[in-house]
Design a protein around this ligand. Structure first.
Ligand code: FES
Length: 103
């Protein structure tokens, strides 16, 4: 996987293993999910409205462009969620379930 983000510093933080669309991925402790994903992938997610790949916009919790789905059915805002070991992130819409929050 190539990434849209390129880490320039703080490369010595402990590694956190997680999954992007079922593939093993790694972030660094303290990364947001958005940073961890975009260090490994070209896009954060695919739009549920069919208007193309998304990468977040504001990176500070305001625009809502970075919601990603987790395999457990919940959704999370990637720019404000720390990456956690074992997280299983889905970047593609799965029918009409993309917009639900899992509750
Ligand atoms: S990138 Fe704007 S809310 Fe996450």
């Amino acid at each position: 996987m190539t990434g849209s983000f390129h880490r320039l510093s703080e490369k010595d933080r402990p590694t956190v293993a997680f999954f992007i669309d079922g593939r093993a991925a790694t972030g660094l402790e303290g990364d947001t999910l958005l940073v961890a994903i975009l260090n490994q992938a070209d896009v954060l997610r695919h739009s549920e409205f069919g208007d193309g790949p998304r990468a977040g916009f504001c990176l500070m919790g305001a625009c809502q462009d970075c919601w990603v789905r987790l395999e457990d059915g919940t959704s999370t805002r990637a720019c404000t969620t720390p990456v956690d070991a074992g997280m299983r992130v889905l970047t593609k819409a799965s029918g009409s379930q993309w917009l639900t929050n899992g509750s």
